[in-house]
Design a protein. Structure first.
Length: 372
C-alpha cells in the first residue's frame, strides 16, 4: 500500500529525528517520520504513575552548555530545575571509601594519588584540545590515538591504583562500555565536544546540572504535536530502502510504501544492518555499522519514605569501581525520595543474566551499604 509522496522521510522518532522533521517542516517541506516503536522518544522515555509521579528511565540530564537542547526546551515551554548540590559524595575505589564534595575532582587522602588524578585529567584536556570537533580524523595524532584503547593509555599514564580505578569508572559512567572497548581518539573527541573534564564531572555548569520538570520525553511528545500526528507514523518498522533514479521508496514491515526525494536516518548505526538497501551501502559503511555496538546499561530507581542520605549530610551521589553508581532522583518539590543508579559495561552485562529477583536484591544491598 503506497502512501502519499513527501519531500523527506525521516527514520526514527527520537530527539534527532523529530527536531530534523520540525525544522524541515518549518522551512516549508513535507515530511514523514517513521518509527518502529509504539511511542516517540527513542532513548528518551518517561514513565508516569501515582506511586512515583514521573521518572526518566532514559536520557534525563541537561547542562547549560548544551545550548541547543536548552533552547529547545524554552521553545516548547518546558521548565527545568537544578540538581541538588547539598551534601558530600562518596567514592569507592580499590576497596577504599572517600568522602568528598560534589563540586570538585576526587581529593584522595594519598597526595601522590591526588597528583596522579590531576595529571591524568590535565593530559585528557590538553590532548582533547588537539582534536577538531567536526573532523576528529584530521587530528595530527588521529591514527596513533585511534589505535590505542583507553585501557592501554590509562595503564601507561596512571601511577596509582586509585586514579586508575577512577579512570575506568569514568569510562563506564560516560560510555557504558569497558576501557578496553573504547578508542582513545573517540574518548578525547567526546571530552573536547563536551567542554572538558570539569564540565563532564561537575554539577554546576556541568552536563548533569538540570532536569526537565515533568520528564524529558515531553520534548519529543511536543515536537511530534508540532509536526502533526498524520506525519509521525508509529509501529512502522523500516525493512527496505530502494533508490532508483533519485526516487526513494521506503518499505515497512506493515506492508506500507513511502516515497520521497530524500531520506534522513537518525536511528542508531547498528540498527541499519536490519534494513535492506538498494543499491547496497558502500562496503566501508557496512563494516562501520558492524563495528559500532551500543553500550550496556541498566538504569534503576529505588524509592524511600524519606531522603535518609540528606539527613546524614550526603548528596546521594555515590561513585565506585564496582557495580554501584547512585544519584539523588527526588522530585524538585521534595516528593518521592529516590536514588537512581546505573549499572554499566561489564557490570550491566553480568547482572542482565541474573533473575529480576537477584538483581533487585543486589541493588538494595548496594544502595544501603555506603551510608552505614
Amino acid at each position: 500500500m503506497s502512501e502519499p509522496s513527501t519531500d523527506v522521510i525521516v527514520l526514527g522518532a527520537g530527539i534527532s529525528g523529530l527536531v530534523s522533521a520540525m525544522r524541515l517542516a518549518d522551512s516549508g517541506l513535507t515530511v514523514n517520520v517513521l518509527e518502529a516503536r509504539n511511542r516517540v522518544g527513542g532513548r528518551i522515555y518517561t514513565l508516569k504513575g501515582e506511586s512515583f509521579g514521573y521518572v526518566d528511565v532514559g536520557a534525563a540530564y541537561l547542562g547549560r552548555s548544551q545550548h541547543r537542547i536548552v533552547q529547545l526546551a524554552k521553545e516548547l515551554d518546558i521548565d527545568t530545575h537544578l540538581m541538588s548540590e547539598e551534601g558530600n559524595e562518596i567514592i569507592y575505589t580499590v576497596g577504599k571509601r572517600m568522602i568528598t564534595t560534589v563540586d570538585d575532582i576526587p581529593r584522595w587522602s594519598n597526595p601522590i594519588a591526588w597528583m596522579d588524578c590531576n595529571n591524568l585529567f590535565w593530559h585528557i584536556d590538553t590532548m582533547a584540545q588537539q582534536v577538531p570537533i567536526d573532523a576528529p580524523w584530521k587530528c595530527r595524532m588521529a591514527s596513533e590515538w585511534d589505535a590505542i584503547t583507553c585501557h592501554a593509555w590509562f595503564s601507561s599514564m596512571c601511577w596509582t591504583k586509585q586514579t586508575r580505578a577512577y579512570a575506568d569508572l569514568v569510562v563506564r559512567v560516560e560510555f557504558a562500555v569497558e576501557p578496553c572497548d573504547l578508542s582513545l581518539l573517540f574518548f578525547l573527541w567526546y571530552f573536547r565536544a563536551a567542554g572538558g573534564v570539569k564540565r563532564i564531572h561537575l554539577l554546576e555548569d556541568g552536563a548533569q546540572e538540570m532536569k526537565l520538570i515533568g520528564g524529558t520525553q515531553q520534548l519529543c511528545e511536543k515536537l511530534a504535536e508540532k509536526i502533526g500526528s498524520d506525519n509521525v507514523n508509529l509501529s512502522d518498522q523500516v525493512i527496505e530502502i530502494i533508490n532508483e533514479n533519485d526516487d526513494i521508496t521506503v518499505s515497512t514491515a506493515s506492508g506500507k510504501k513511502y516515497k520521497a526525494k530524500y531520506v534522513i536516518c537518525t536511528i542508531p548505526q547498528n540498527l541499519l544492518g536490519r534494513i535492506t538497501f538498494y543499491p547496497p551501502l558502500p562496503s566501508t559503511r557496512i563494516q562501520l555499522i558492524q563495528r559500532m555496538p551500543m553500550g550496556s546499561c541498566i538504569k534503576t530507581f529505588m524509592y524511600y519514605k524519606e531522603r535518609f542520605w540528606s539527613e546524614k549530610g550526603y548528596s546521594g551521589t555515590v561513585l565506585s569501581d564496582g557495580p554501584l553508581l547512585a544519584l539523588d532522583d527526588t522530585k524538585p518539590d521534595g516528593t518521592h525520595p529516590a536514588l537512581m543508579s546505573f549499572l554499566n559495561g561489564d557490570w550491566g552485562r553480568k547482572l542482565a543474566k541474573r533473575s529480576e529477583e537477584r538483581r533487585v536484591g543486589k541493588e538494595c544491598r548496594s544502595r544501603w551499604s555506603p551510608y552505614h
